[in-house]
Design a protein around this ligand. Sequence first.
Ligand SMILES: Nc1ncnc2c1ncn2[C@@H]1O[C@H](COP(=O)(O)OP(=O)(O)OP(=O)(O)O)[C@@H](O)[C@H]1O
Length: 258
Amino acid sequence: MITVHNIHKAYGAKTVLSGVSAQFPAQRVTSLIGPNGAGKTTLLLLIARLLEPTQGDILIGDRRVSGIRISEYAKHVATLRQSPDFNLRLTVEELVAFGRFPYSRGALTPEDHHAIDEAIAFLSLEALRRAYIDELSGGQRQMAFLAMTIAQQTNVLLLDEPLNNLDMKHAVQIMRALRRLCDEHGRTVILVIHDINFAANYSDHIVALKGGTVRFCGPVAEAVTEARLQELYGLDFQIIQGERGRLCNYFNPSGELK
Ligand SMILES: Nc1ncnc2c1ncn2[C@@H]1O[C@H](COP(=O)(O)OP(=O)(O)OP(=O)(O)O)[C@@H](O)[C@H]1O
């Protein structure tokens, strides 16, 4: 379980998170949702320790993360930032090897090679192993970066908008991979996501932010309601529960924006 308690974050004079408290259950997929500028990425980067809170505590289990050495933290928590941009000319295999840095510090052991092979196999990327990442499609590149994150073999994975720019099939592939990491490997996954239907159908838990505060949180079945989504996004929602999941429909071509 990751707990954020009374978090405040300001960039200079601008407060972007105020009094944020939420729990992210262990071995579950949690989606951080909310409109643009809500503070989702900021909260994710605070949990990743890529930013420092102005005030408040973040705990992993019952340990305050601020008391854990960064080099040790990298063995517990892996972070995939939004649209990672690498200028180095690397193959997929070389990129994935970067995920082993917290362990290998650059000198790969047989155990590191095993973890790299496993991460590549997990996402069925064997055919692209020796391909250069700057020659891949956006979706393939995103999968390669996810493999790097998986190779870090941490209990917690943090991902900022991993579905950005992906077609539906690649988006489904990524979400299925995150589910398997959780269901088969007991990992805790927290992702920032805009697509409410992916959030509602592939995650267990929701934390919804707006204007730097938590508007609601809880298991998907309780959190995702028409009234809550309407308040969060300022759009009229119709939720249809079907055999294959729940569809949150916000399309209303003849209606007006609220
Ligand atoms: N480095 C920064 N300096 C100043 N303000 C920032 C910085 N990073 C983010 N902000 C501001 O903090 C607020 C929250 O940004 P954040 O990126 O956390 O929101 P978000 O919910 O992830 O948004 P989006 O869905 O648009 O990605 C925004 O108003 C943004 O302009």
